[in-house]
Design a protein around this ligand. Sequence first.
Ligand SMILES: NC(=O)C[C@H](N)C(=O)O
Length: 337
Amino acid sequence: KEVQTQQKLANVVILATGGTIAGAGASAANSATYQAAKVGIEQLIADVPQLSQLANVRGEQVMQIASESITNDNLLQLGRRVAELADSKDVDGIVITHGTDTLEETAYFLNLVEKTDKPIIVVGSMRPGTAMSADGMLNLYNAVAVASSKEARGKGVLVTMNDEIQSGRDVSKMINIKTEAFKSAWGPLGMVVEGKSYWFRLPAKRHTLDSEFDIKTIKSLPDVEIAYSYGNVSDTAYKALAQSGAKAIIHAGTGNGAVSSRVVPTLQALRKDGVQIIRSSHVNAGGFVLRNAEQPDDKYDWVVAHDLNPQKARILAMVALTKTNDSKELQRMFWEY
Ligand SMILES: NC(=O)C[C@H](N)C(=O)O
């Protein structure tokens, strides 16, 4: 009977990359003071024995780093491993444990480039496993629950934090000290409670199987940088980034992605030199940048990031630039993804 139950369970691979979910502090009272990326995947799995009731779980340590230090090479390495596993007949779902600082970037990247309808869940925690009320165990349990469910197929890359199922495209780390850190301007897709998922809505943007991007054809990612805007901003950062070789600059603008009058001439000149200028907004609860609102994008040949925050706009710009350097094509991609 036990053998029969085992066969019915989905096969889920957990790819571990580090972060606070693998963090350790000096005492149980250290919820914010600790070292990230210390605990290995075998220990993380052993800490949640209930995982074996959800799926046949095995782990792989892909890297062991705090996510603020993730590089484009790390993204490509992880993306390629995810694709190999997704192609494997004996893998039904993939979970990626990840630091929360750049979790939204990795989740969006995978959402764009993985050609599979198998569930891919990115998960982290806000407190290390050594802390009182650590959130990593439940977040991981929920991730494996969603990864092993048939209903999660074809919904793009997902994030399970704080009992919510979020779209990897929309979700963002909104606060750094609470366990309810991850929010989306457009709301979660569902909830996961006691190992069961409850769905309420679907992603509308192109992703995974419906995406024109494929990790298998991406050799490297171009240099795309972000410049932050504020009162009294100068053009120093924009010029320096272009000089260091940025193919595109994400303008992390105020409000509607507005550009200071001191910066406009520099961005016009950089565009003439071939640098793509992409206007986004750094407002906290979710930006919404429209073409020719605030600035004449048609005239200047700039692109708008629409609702993508600056760090997500960087991800899409890098992936898009592997296919085209045509600003109209880039704008199409920013509407569709
Ligand atoms: N909560 C966390 O995971 C934060 C950590 N700095 C990381 O991103 O790896």
